[in-house]
Design a protein around this ligand. Structure first.
Ligand code: OGA
Ligand code: MN
Length: 214
C-alpha cells in the first residue's frame, strides 16, 4: 500500500518543474492499483486491436519501419482502467491550467507496445506553430523493469547530442515535457515494453495543420 496522493502538492510540483525546466520525471505517479489495472488492460488487448504507429502528419502519414516500430491502441475509455487514466490526466490538465495558464484544452493518449527490438528514433512530438500538441506525457507500465532490459527513453536538449535524462520504463514512472522543446528517442528493449504516450492539446483553430488523425 502506498500513501494517498496529495494532488494539490503534486500539481504544484509539476507546474514548478515545467515552468523552470520544461520537463520532469515522477516515480510512482499514479495510484498503484490503477497502474496495475492499466498493465492488465494492455495485456488483455489482442494483437489485432493494435495498429502500426504512423509517422508524420495527416498529409504524409507513412508507416515507416525505420523511424518507429511500436504498435499502438488509442484510449477511448473502453474499460475502467482507461477511464481511470483519462480522469487522472483530466485532473492534471486542470491543475496545470490553474497554475500556469497554459490553456490546455483536451488530452489524447495511446497504449504502445514495443516488441523486443522495437525502437522509436529521435524525434520531436510537435513543431512550433504547427500543432496543437503542447505537453507530452509518457507513462510506463512494466513491473520490475531492470536496466539490462534496455528500452530507455532518452530526452535531449533542444540542441545537442548529450541526453539530459535517461528514463527506465518502470511501472509507475511518468515523464512530462513540453512537446516542441525536447527531442527524444526510445532505445530498443530486450523484452516487451509497455507505455502510454499522451498529449495535452490547445484548441488552436489557427494551427497551420491538424494533428495526425487516429
Ligand atoms: C511517442 C514517444 C516514448 C516512450 O510515442 O511519441 O516518444 O517512451 N514515446 O514510449
Ligand atoms: Mn514522442
Amino acid at each position: 500500500m502506498t500513501a494517498p496522493i496529495d494532488y494539490e502538492t503534486l500539481y504544484d510540483r509539476i507546474a514548478d518543474a515545467l515552468a523552470e525546466g520544461g520537463y520532469l520525471l515522477l516515480e510512482q505517479a499514479l495510484p498503484e492499483a490503477l497502474t496495475e489495472a492499466l498493465y492488465r488492460r494492455i495485456n488483455q488487448l489482442r494483437e489485432d486491436q493494435f495498429q502500426r504507429a504512423g509517422v508524420g502528419r495527416e498529409q504524409s502519414l507513412q508507416l515507416n519501419g525505420e523511424v518507429r516500430r511500436d504498435r499502438i491502441h488509442w484510449l477511448e475509455g473502453e474499460d475502467t482502467a482507461e477511464t481511470g487514466y483519462l480522469q487522472w490526466m483530466e485532473g492534471l490538465r486542470s491543475g496545470i491550467n490553474r497554475r500556469l495558464f497554459m490553456g490546455l484544452f483536451d488530452y489524447e493518449a495511446h497504449f504502445a507496445h514495443y516488441a523486443p527490438g522495437a525502437f522509436y528514433q529521435r524525434h520531436l512530438d510537435a513543431f512550433r506553430g504547427q500543432t496543437n500538441r503542447i505537453l507530452t506525457t509518457v507513462f510506463y507500465l512494466n513491473p520490475d523493469w531492470s536496466a539490462e532490459q534496455g528500452g530507455e527513453l532518452l530526452l535531449y536538449p533542444e540542441r545537442g547530442d548529450q541526453p539530459i535524462a535517461r528514463v527506465t520504463p518502470n511501472a509507475g514512472t511518468l515523464a512530462i515535457f513540453l512537446s516542441d522543446r525536447f527531442p527524444h528517442e526510445v532505445l530498443p528493449a530486450a523484452s516487451d515494453r509497455y507505455s502510454i504516450a499522451g498529449w495535452f492539446r490547445v484548441n488552436a483553430s489557427n494551427a497551420q495543420q491538424v494533428d495526425p488523425p487516429r
